[in-house]
Design a protein around this ligand. Structure first.
Ligand code: NI
Length: 181
């Protein structure tokens, strides 16, 4: 099943998400559907709040970017109950977009390297370090679980300039090539 993607302005994108257990109903199906939904929208990441569920789960698939970043080549992963517990002091600017904010692309400053603990789809625990595009995608999706979107991380002046655009988006003024709600 392909879910409609929740657009900026919806409460579900602003609520912090809760951890889930192994017994979460139909978890396997939900994960499959999230990959399907992400692929249909040509996204590289999708967090559960973006399909209306406030649970700590996101998926990333940056295999399409394998040409630019070889580390992305086979990178298709599920992150459950993740915790980013260490970030580098060094930050970098990178252009980001989000399926929940169609048509908007902005340079966002974030730590270059992160350490994250999470469980995979089999609930096996992992503790890994990421940099490059993978670190960027993970941090972006992780923010969704905290009730944040990438525009929250822009400089106040830049945010101010985008204010009317965001208000319009929240009222339905946007175009997306995928199902939304
Ligand atoms: Ni996003």
């Amino acid at each position: 099943m392909i879910y409609p993607i929740v657009i900026f302005g919806s409460e579900v994108l602003r609520k912090p998400s809760v951890e889930i257990g192994e017994d979460y109903p139909e978890l396997k199906k939900l994960i499959e559907d999230m990959f399907l939904t992400m692929a249909a929208a040509e996204g590289v990441g999708l967090a559960a709040p973006q399909i209306g569920k406030n649970i700590r789960l996101f998926v990333v698939d940056c295999s399409a970017l394998g040409e630019e970043d070889p580390l992305c080549k086979d990178f298709r992963k599920v992150f459950i109950n993740p915790e980013i517990y260490e970030v580098s002091e060094n930050t970098i600017l990178w252009n980001e977009g989000c399926l929940s904010l169609p048509g908007l692309h902005e340079d966002v400053r974030r730590p270059e390297v992160i350490r994250i603990r999470y469980r995979d789809e089999h609930f096996v625990e992992h503790d890994e370090e990421y940099d490059g595009f993978r670190a960027r995608a993970i941090q972006h999706e992780y923010d969704h679980l905290e009730g944040k979107v990438f525009t929250d991380r822009l400089a106040p002046l830049r945010r101010q300039l985008l204010k009317s655009k965001l208000l319009g988006m929240a009222k339905g003024k946007y175009r997306a090539a995928y199902k939304t709600k």
